[in-house]
Design a protein around this ligand. Sequence first.
Ligand SMILES: *Cc1c(COP(=O)(O)O)cnc(C)c1O
Length: 456
Amino acid sequence: MNATTSNNAWSDRSQAALWHPCTQMKQLVATPPLPIARGEGPWLIDYAGRRYLDAISSWWVNLFGHAEPRINAAIVDQLGRIEHVMLAGCTHAPVVELSERLARLTGLGHAFYGSDGASAIEIALKMSFHYWRNSGRPAKTGFVSLQNAYHGETIGALSVTDVALFKATYAPLLRPSHQVMSPDWRRAAAGESAEAYALRAAANLDGYLAIHADTTAAVIVEPLVQGAAGMAMYHPVYLTKARESCDRYGVHLIADEIAVGFGRTGTLFACEQSAPSSFGRAGGVEAAVPNVAAIADFICLSKGITGGYLPLSAVLTTDRVYAAFYHDDTARGFLHSHSYTGNPLACRAALAVLDIFEQDHVIEANRARAERFTALLAELRGHPRVRHFRQAGMIWAFDVADAPPGFGRNFQRQALAKGLFIRPIGNTVYFMPPYVIDAPEMRLMANVTLDILQTL
Ligand SMILES: *Cc1c(COP(=O)(O)O)cnc(C)c1O
């Protein structure tokens, strides 16, 4: 069997044997799944040896490329010790060390682990509600999220998500939640700055909480970038103000950093850029400043936490929240569990990721990398069909005017033929590459995208 047959064979067998995520399976006939035999840095390699640049970090999870030697070594070393042990009644060094390090980096602690982003959201929502119940405020059961928010697709997470395509069908299954104005600067009035618009959106949230705080447990936000909404970006002052409102009215603030955590927006965590002590400083703060706690009562982490290697999520919170559960009464405790909570292999991958951030001065190196790529995108940015060009750290996005029907899938198919793996969201094209891209990969992304825009 030659390699191309092998590609086709895997694709056919895949369509017959499994149900691909976020996919109308019938459309796979025209856009078959790409069979990947192996990976190497920012490259995906198919069974025929063709290479594709992973411009979206395998759905936003990969940080340091595929087959990163230090992460590989950490997992292999852990495999020889203990692959998994239950965390109810047991503990182990990787999960303890990871929890301690995440606490130092965020200023929040008492890490609770899940396996995926959506499970972290479920944990944070349940913890917030349960905190208020344990504190004699059982009427605080409501949640507030932003318009176009995305927090995952299990029933609880979907309840606070606001993407009609994912949500509308399941509406009868979901708990009602309230959506407030999104600070997405694309919606600003003519002549209104991103900051002024963020302040207007923050006033909208404040107005809602002023009336509904007694029945509201928490506000949940994606800090600085609403990813699934099409990389909608907003000014950091929004979170500073949202924190003030949450303090004023006694409501929790949950930071969903599942997509933006671990350096994506130019700081280790996006919330750091909104902390009063760092606010206004160009380029955000250095990784080690634990400013997350100045903004959030809960932080949800996943995706990049293991560098894109293994499923792991974590929720960290305040001592105050933790203390409200600490009691002789079992039922006041947080009796939530997942079988793979705190998996040692995943925790070792996460520890290796944090080591790499330190060893390679990743936050600093990315600043230079981002400037370089932004400069390379100058021609694209000036293209007559490009609208709302935007960038935050290692995320770039723009909207395409006059996008024909099927734009996203056709763009994806044409890019693939030119060696670029990319998946637009609606008419938004975005780059979210691993933190190891160099000049040749940057040129490929810029040139292929410009080429396709001329014809599609
Ligand atoms: C991806 C994502 C989730 C859900 O994570 P899964 O691992 O896919 O369940 C939640 N929130 C945000 C902001 C995300 O980007």
